[in-house]
Design a protein around this ligand. Structure first.
Ligand code: OMP
Length: 276
């Protein structure tokens, strides 16, 4: 079975380096002329899939915006994942889960086991209970060719108060997470299957990403104010592993399929220039 790291590297080579988030904000549904209800959600998600799933490397549905419609919203999330994968996109389900190991195992079955209707190619997780507590997710992912993206340095302004805190060994909390993830990817070719989330908004924080050998998801571009030219100062020598991620900036181009495609192409081209 091909690893997630290999599948992602191939997808980025073939389709370009871009992740587009599917974040059906109420404001976007309204802007698209849709109702803020289950019918609007379904139309929104279908349109993004139709426009982009056959061309971008990764689609990242944000679970929260589906969950807010309850079980019917989850149903739309299931079909969004399935249709995106059928059209050839890798699906990174943004659920940011994190719990004690035994509970984490249940989350892993929910999102990374092919027997589940919510199974995606990869998920986002939070390391707040310790990177080791995420092991069940790493194991289920590895057994099924899936991936896991661990929050490292997040794009929001509140992140540094926890992530930059310095532990007794003088490393920041984020650097400890980065180093533990790096260990999991040692020797993986062409890319490990455990990634990190590093916001494009954070600037040069002095963290060392050089040994990660896994994908670096970079949200915060567009709506949160980061631009592709910020990527160099954030990622330095690790630019080759970066997967830039946009949600609202691209989604605002809808509901026209043509405009959505054009916005995604622009974003990918801008990032490609910046990534070199
Ligand atoms: O894991 C994420 O994708 C993520 C991590 C992070 O540090 N910051 C961040 O914005 N995100 C997610 O990325 C998306 C950003 O959306 P836009 O600001 O509209 O591009 C949202 O779904 C966030 O939940």
């Amino acid at each position: 079975m091909e690893t997630f790291g290999k599948r992602l590297a191939e997808a980025m080579d073939k389709r370009g380096r871009l992740c587009v988030g599917i974040d059906p904000h109420a404001a976007l549904l309204t802007r698209w002329g849709l109702s803020d209800d289950i019918a609007g959600l379904e139309r929104f998600a279908r349109t993004v899939v139709e426009a982009l799933a056959d061309r971008v490397a990764v689609l990242k549905p944000q679970s929260a915006f589906f969950e807010r419609f309850g079980s019917r919203g989850i149903g739309i999330l299931e079909s969004t994942i399935r249709q995106s994968r059928e059209a050839g996109a890798l699906v990174l389900l943004d659920v940011k889960r994190g719990d004690i190991g035994s509970t984490m195992a249940a989350y892993a079955s929910a999102y990374l086991d092919p027997a589940s209707s919510l199974c995606a190619d990869a998920i986002t997780v939070s390391p707040y209970l310790g990177v080791g507590s995420l092991q069940p997710a790493f194991d289920v992912a590895a057994a099924n060719g899936g991936g896991v993206f661990v929050l490292g340095l997040t794009s929001n302004p509140e992140g540094p108060s926890v992530q930059h805190a310095v532990a007794s060994d003088k490393r920041t909390v984020a650097q400890t997470v980065i180093d533990e993830i790096s260990q999991l990817n040692v020797g993986a070719e062409p890319l490990g299957s455990v990634g990190l989330v590093i916001g494009a908004t954070i600037g040069d924080t002095g963290h060392d990403l050089s040994r990660v050998n896994g994908p670096l998801l970079a949200p915060g571009l567009g709506a949160q104010g980061a631009t592709p030219s910020d990527l160099r100062s954030v990622f330095g020598e690790s630019l080759r592993n970066v997967l830039p991620s946009y949600s609202r900036e691209v989604l605002a181009a809808g509901p026209s399929v043509v405009e959505l495609r054009a916005a995604a192409e622009r974003a990918a081209a801008d990032c490609e220039t910046a990534l070199g």
